[in-house]
Design a protein around this ligand. Structure first.
Ligand SMILES: Nc1ncnc2c1ncn2[C@@H]1O[C@H](COP(=O)(O)OP(=O)(O)O)[C@@H](O)[C@H]1O
Ligand SMILES: [Mg+2]
Length: 304
């Protein structure tokens, strides 16, 4: 059983008077209990939309999302399925996701209440994320960015999620806090037996914490594999390009916002393989037929 099973998920964004944007175009991904999966890809490739569909916040136009073997369908805000509190999200900007007018202890208390946990105190949750328990009486503005993200993690974990999703949770932090917060998230998720879907464009940090990497391109997962294998021996030409684009091979670089070539419009994706117009090794078949298979969706790597 997978904790999370995303199968051929399709999500469209509709804006009146414009063509629909197919932000997720048949993506498949699994996360097992206790597993850390890093989801990487350029800005705009559909990572956040996939995460929102997993939480039932945007409807699927096709495919399926199953969480703990139950389908996640779109739920109205008033009718959030209690099972979905077992999926908790941590966002890029903790200042936006925390209420500035409430003490952080009270906000962490909401998570504990959601889990029916009357034994744990907010101060104990703060200590788990490396902050003094006495800080529960303070307000969000009294903390640094890295500390606020620790508070957001404490609040998420207080709800006892079985799946934790971080959507670029370290992108707004100082370089010194990034690896610390990422490692903290990994350790706390694994300790509690939860799965972690960690979305980031910083492949060097993902490499430190993920058991498995999923690479997304224009709405699809183009390669998945164990982190060490993907890092040492990337197979999809897009993954290879991403790794080459990291300026420091010792892991100090970041994914670029763009690779050479045009970033295709998700409202009008290329025929065949979506990456073929930018691919240095494209063959005739790549323009004609979509490589709709895994774990490497590339005609150079057909399944055995
Ligand atoms: N609410 C929205 N309405 C219309 N288009 C959207 C909306 N949110 C995202 N998009 C578009 O969907 C695509 C994927 O966006 P997103 O999921 O945010 O990607 P990522 O998180 O990888 O940067 C982009 O082309 C983006 O412009
Ligand atoms: Mg995003």
């Amino acid at each position: 059983m997978s904790l999370l099973n995303v199968a051929d998920l399709v999500v469209d964004h509709r804006t009146p008077g414009r063509p629909a944007v197919r932000a997720v175009a048949g993506a498949s991904l699994t996360v097992a209990a206790g597993e850390v999966v890093g989801l990487v890809g350029e800005s705009g490739c559909g990572k956040s939309t996939l995460a929102r569909a997993v939480c039932g916040l945007v409807p699927a136009a096709g495919g399926a999302v199953a969480f703990e073997d139950r389908p996640v369908t779109r739920l109205g805000l008033r009718r959030r399925d209690p099972a979905l509190t077992r999926i908790q999200m941590v966002f890029q900007d903790p200042y936006a996701s925390l209420n500035p007018r409430r003490r952080v202890g009270a906000q962490i208390g909401d998570g504990l209440a959601a889990a029916g946990d009357r034994a744990t105190t907010p101060g104990e949750m703060l200590e788990r994320v490396g902050l003094p328990g006495g800080m529960a009486e303070r307000y969000p503005h009294e903390f640094s960015g890295g500390q606020r993200q620790r508070i957001a993690i404490a609040r998420a974990l207080a709800a006892r999620p079985s799946l934790l999703i971080g959507d670029e949770p370290i992108s707004a932090l100082d370089a010194s806090a990034q690896a610390q917060v990422a490692t903290l998230m990994r350790n706390l998720a694994v300790e509690s037996g939860a799965g972690l879907l960690f979305i980031s464009h910083d492949l060097s940090v993902v490499r430190l914490i993920a058991d498995r990497i999923a690479v997304m391109y224009l709405g699809k997962i183009v390669e998945t594999g164990p982190t060490a294998r993907v890092w040492a021996e990337p197979r999809h030409p897009y993954t290879q390009a991403l790794l080459r684009a990291i300026p420091e091979p010792d892991g100090l670089g970041r994914l670029p916002e763009e690779l050479p070539g045009d970033v295709p419009d998700p409202a009008d994706p290329p025929q065949g393989c979506r990456f073929h117009p930018r691919c240095p090794v494209a063959m005739d078949v790549c323009a004609e037929r979509e490589p709709a298979f895994g774990p490497v969706a590339c005609w150079l790597h057909p399944p055995a």
